[in-house]
Write a protein of this length. Structure first.
Length: 278
């Protein structure tokens, strides 16, 4: 997910469209629609609840999100589920609102040291969770299988890829990229991975991690998947790539210094390229 800005509009969805079981909880409370992001999901914000509406897709992200949210209760700061329902080919997930603000909020963008501290603390929270009974696996075997489905069914969003991924000096096509990914897969260091670890999906509550949202890709995976997506998100958000304000003097490489890790640029490249197929 390559996002930054938050855009709210009022009442884009009618109350009567909300399934009955969920509407019994929300009642006629006022709401806004949060248009952050580039996915097909619609996020409806009530004062103390969030309703996420997305396709009940073949990849199973809606079901994965519900399952992981339940499993992570008491392990990580994630929303609590009030109700989940499917209607007309869509998944409706009603949950609590997290405290604090997204890390792409200007409060944190203007204070990169604080942002990096919350970001690295959030990564370490994920890595400290025992995965012995984690219900969802998102390792390279699964990711490459899903990527192949996207390629073979023309589902790669070519309008939102990195400018140098395809074309002159890059890959000829998504199929060519997939071949390279299958032939050059790295060794994995399996941990609990968020799977879409970018600034809008990580909340900060003042100076501490506030929680995680968009858990459809969460499960066991290589720790460098989240590091790579965090590195890209930092680079693009601070450069103003997503249409927001640019900030001078920031080095995304500070992420590795905060984590106390030597950057593995081959893995960074691999997982950023892999994400192009989703």
């Amino acid at each position: 997910m390559r996002v930054q800005a938050v855009c709210l509009r009022r009442n884009s969805m009618k109350i009567t469209e909300i399934p009955g079981k969920i509407r019994k909880i929300t009642g006629d409370r006022p709401f806004q629609t949060d248009e952050t992001g580039m996915s097909d999901s619609e996020v409806i914000l009530f004062e103390d609840m969030v309703l996420k509406v997305q396709a009940a897709d073949r990849m199973g992200e809606a079901a994965n999100e519900y399952q992981m949210m339940q499993w992570l209760q008491g392990k990580l700061p994630v929303p609590k589920v009030f109700a989940c329902e499917e209607k007309d080919g869509k998944s409706w997930l009603l949950m609590t609102r997290l405290p604090g603000k997204m890390l792409c909020d200007e409060r944190y963008m203007k204070d990169p040291e604080l942002l990096l501290q919350v970001l690295t603390d959030s990564l370490k929270l994920l890595w400290n969770v025992s995965i012995s009974d984690c219900p969802c696996v998102n390792n390279l075997d699964k990711k490459l299988q899903m990527a192949r489905y996207n390629v073979e069914n023309g589902l790669v969003d070519m309008d939102n890829v990195e400018p140098d991924t395809f074309g002159e000096g890059g890959f000829r096509s998504p199929g060519h990229l997939l071949e390279w990914l299958e032939e050059n897969r790295p060794e994995e260091e399996i941990v609990l991975s968020h799977g879409d670890f970018c600034l809008p999906n990580i909340f900060a509550d003042k100076e501490k991690p506030g929680g995680f949202i968009d858990l459809g890709k969460t499960g066991t995976a290589d720790k460098w998947l989240d590091i790579a997506l965090a590195f890209r998100s930092l680079s693009h958000n601070y450069s103003g790539r997503y249409g927001g304000k640019g900030y001078e003097g920031f080095r995304a490489e500070r992420l590795f210094e905060k984590l106390g890790l030597e950057p593995d640029y081959e893995k960074l490249k691999y997982y950023i390229l892999l994400d192009e197929l989703f």
